[in-house]
Design a protein. Structure first.
Length: 400
């Protein structure tokens, strides 16, 4: 039974009913939303208890006295005697109430129901004490502020994660998720989830408050790690689909790299980008790899394409690669590695002292362009990479 129906049946105000519940003399079942607003479900026994409480309150019994009579019925007579004495001292106009109290049998142990039944007739038209119906503004304001603060603290890190996730998706065309960051972030968000779920548990209000305070403190302490791992969750883009050739992420530095744009062949018309007549177009079966990592302010990128061609095109590409390096004023070194002949260029005109393709080569920083070809298989390779994060260069991972 909803509280509105209960108020109609008992002729009590919503505030009075909630006041009796808050004072723990009535215990209906309830559900609670996150901001702390409770929705009560009253049984017929609860409704009758409210009627009994209203009778006793109108008669002048205090909340404390009613609670004591609930728990210790044997004290009923002593409490009524105390109230009788108070009524005699207060006012002559309450003689009718005093007479009703004097009708109680001193030898009988009254239950609340029996006592309310005896006293109900003289108090039918009497108003409840003012404290039962007044709106306790300060307590209500405190509860609203408290629950709102808990909500903000619990939800804010989750919103930050969702925002970081949305921003990352707008920056990376081929997102690659960091599973370790995802696991750590979920662990760090456990206090937030606990703070959200605790409101749905059935336990005493002060226990809920203690748990939510503890969770809120943890949420604030873990806020910075949550922000860090939310950005680390998605900071990398990777693809090997040739259909994505030269479709780079918006913030990737290669978009403004003239050497890369001139050295790498144009996509074919099939990929919706008009080819440059001075360069060959890549076939649909070409090998391709693109990786972009951005961990502000540092970044790393690698791009690679390889395919087979004919003798005439191979000769033209060799001459074109040399021409591109020369036009941009870049020095380069040539050499042989396995079946491949390569032209290796360091963008700042600082070529590596020893050009190797060993996996153990881990320059702290690098920026390079490579054109390589295999005359036996008529295969050409174009490789470009840069990193300010350290680690091995991509070309060292290839099979030469």
């Amino acid at each position: 039974m909803k509280i509105k129906t209960v108020c109609e049946q008992t002729r009590l105000t919503d505030r009075a009913v909630r006041y009796y519940i808050e004072e723990e003399i009535l215990h209906p079942s309830f559900t609670e939303n996150y901001i702390g607003r409770k929705t009560y479900d009253f049984s017929d026994e609860d409704v009758q208890m409210l009627k009994d409480i209203a009778v006793l309150r109108k008669f002048g019994f205090s909340i404390a006295q009613i609670k004591e009579m609930q728990t210790c019925p044997e004290k009923t007579y002593s409490i009524t005697e105390q109230l009788k004495a108070e009524k005699k001292e207060v006012i002559q106009s309450e003689q009718a109430l005093l007479s009703a109290l004097e009708q109680l049998d001193a030898e009988q142990c009254y239950t609340l129901r029996e006592l309310a039944s005896v006293l109900s007739k003289p108090v039918t038209d009497k108003a409840l004490p003012k404290e039962d119906t007044k709106w306790r503004l300060l307590k209500a304001t405190y509860r609203i502020i408290r629950n709102s603060l808990f909500t903000v603290i619990a939800v804010l890190p989750i919103l930050i994660v969702l925002y970081s996730f949305a921003v990352a998706h707008s920056r990376f065309y081929y997102p690659k998720y960091n599973i370790y960051s995802a696991i750590l972030m979920l662990v760090l968000l456990l206090p937030n989830l606990m703070s959200l779920l605790v409101v749905f548990t059935k336990t005493k209000p002060y226990i809920k408050t203690i748990i939510r305070i503890a969770c809120s403190v943890l949420c604030l302490v873990l806020l910075f790690p949550v922000v860090f791992f939310s950005t680390a969750l998605l900071c990398e883009s990777e693809t090997s689909d040739i259909k994505n050739y030269k479709r780079l992420d918006v913030t990737c530095n290669l978009n403004n790299d003239a050497v890369f744009q001139d050295l790498f062949p144009d996509p074919s018309d099939y990929y919706y980008i008009a080819p440059n007549e001075s360069k060959i177009t890549i076939p649909e079966n070409a090998e391709y790899y693109y990786n972009y990592l951005n961990t502000h302010p540092e970044h790393k990128y690698d791009i690679y394409v390889a395919f087979q061609t004919d003798k005439n095109t191979l000769d033209n590409e060799i001459n074109r690669a040399k021409s591109v390096f020369n036009e941009h004023g870049l020095s380069y070194e040539s050499g042989q590695k396995g079946d491949y002949t390569y032209y290796f260029c360091y963008a700042d005109a600082q070529p590596f002292e020893e050009i190797t393709f060993d996996n153990n080569t881990e320059p702290n920083q690098y920026l390079y362009y490579i054109f390589a070809y295999n005359e036996q298989s008529m295969t050409v390779r174009y490789i470009c990479g840069a990193s300010f994060l350290g680690g091995p260069a991509y070309f060292s991972t290839l099979d030469w």
